[in-house]
Design a protein around this ligand. Sequence first.
Ligand SMILES: Cc1cc2nc3c(=O)[nH]c(=O)nc-3n(C[C@H](O)[C@H](O)[C@H](O)COP(=O)(O)OP(=O)(O)OC[C@H]3O[C@@H](n4cnc5c(N)ncnc54)[C@H](O)[C@@H]3O)c2cc1C
Length: 453
Amino acid sequence: MSVTAESLRRSGSYQLRKPTEATVLRPANLPELRKSLSPNSSYARPFRPRGAGSSATDCATAALGTVIDMTAFDQIVNIDAYNDTVVVQAGVRIGQLSRALADQGLELAGCHDLVNRTVGGSIAGGCVGPGIANDGAFFASQVISVRMVTADGRLLQVSAQQKNLLNAVRLSYGMLGIIYEAVLRVRPIMPFSVTHRRCTLHQFAKAADSLSRTDVGIKFYLMPFRDRVYLDLRRYSADAAASSTLPWRLKDWGESTVLPSVFKSINKVVPVSGIRYRMIDEISKLTQGIVNNRLVKTGSNATANAAQSDGKVRQLNYSTWVFPATDFSIVVQAYVDFCVQIQRENDFRCDMPTVGYRLSRDTSALLSPSFDEPMFALSAVSTQSKGWEDFTIDLAGFAQHWGGGAFFNQTRGLAPEHAGNLYGSRLGFFRKIRRQLDPDNRLMNPFLSQYFL
Ligand SMILES: Cc1cc2nc3c(=O)[nH]c(=O)nc-3n(C[C@H](O)[C@H](O)[C@H](O)COP(=O)(O)OP(=O)(O)OC[C@H]3O[C@@H](n4cnc5c(N)ncnc54)[C@H](O)[C@@H]3O)c2cc1C
């Protein structure tokens, strides 16, 4: 910068702008939301919508632009028990919605445990759980229609009749517009039984293929350094009718509040990594044994989803990859070898167990990672930040080598070329729709641009 320009900036006529602070807006209603996005809005672009902000990537950030926090859109507009639908605003939390549905004997079709996520973030982002049978792999598959505000502030309703557009809106990561209301399909509460199994990695790998072909809802906790896998298997069962939310609340509290807090403390006070991780793994094993195996025997999506607290989103590091079910028996063993190798070479390992789900084949979203076949999701989770970034890069290298699929809001280190290979012509089709709805790229940030421009 020339001396004249520099002195002009210091003269008071020009302000030195603070570097990279995003403006965060929290519109209270539809007119405010439209105004903030209108072509003559005074707010800087890009605009990025945000729900609970529990994503692991930069998909909901806008360093020089404007983040639109949708949590004030928190009304359940109408529950129609006759037609099994609910009209709900985008900022409603899944726990809040599940409790209101349960009061009327209804539930969401999918089980989406953990975290206080929003309806909008779960439609626009990847949101999976231990779904039973062909309930749909994603929260978004329950969407019948949405109302959105487009990139330039116009209103747009996308209904079931606009099948291609609706499929693009599901898992669209806020690039096609900001969803402010949705109609979801719901159903009468369907009780399930829960069985728990503990096995070695080898036994799990052997069973993975047959598990992938069953109708059972599967969530598992993998402990790579203890050769242990804990399975939570869910099956619909009329006999499982009576179940309260208390065991599920305790389970949620144990897994997502107690464990991370205890591990954070241990990481601070126990300097010797060998002793530290032995303690951490013992506590994980105990928690699995007590919290999961003893507490939770029956349930329903209503009880499991309603058990989520409506508190703040817990800040955990995680990165999720999905792998074809047909290869999973080999991939899961390779994953354990990878974790052991990384610890040996870099002295980093995740302190929390790796969490996994089986995902049924789901073609309801254009960017569905299980569009072609059933998959298994693997989520590496850690409370530690030191060494985490390097780990996610190595994990991405491992996952891409094994043909791993991704969610743009949960998968760290995904290479653009790999995304191109994964989604092929579906990515091209999505880009075309995106260009039509947002020709000036007002909803694009640098993170998303690398995949979608
Ligand atoms: C501790 C923890 C546990 C987790 N467990 C799971 C799990 O078991 N299963 C799972 O699938 N995920 C899990 N996640 C990931 C995450 O919770 C989900 O991906 C969730 O769906 C994101 O919801 P959100 O409201 O936080 O959305 P955000 O993170 O705020 O946003 C997600 C994406 O949607 C866009 N978006 C948000 N709101 C709107 C809107 N109104 N209109 C248009 N676009 C919008 C954002 O721009 C972003 O691209 C976990 C995360 C954490 C931190």
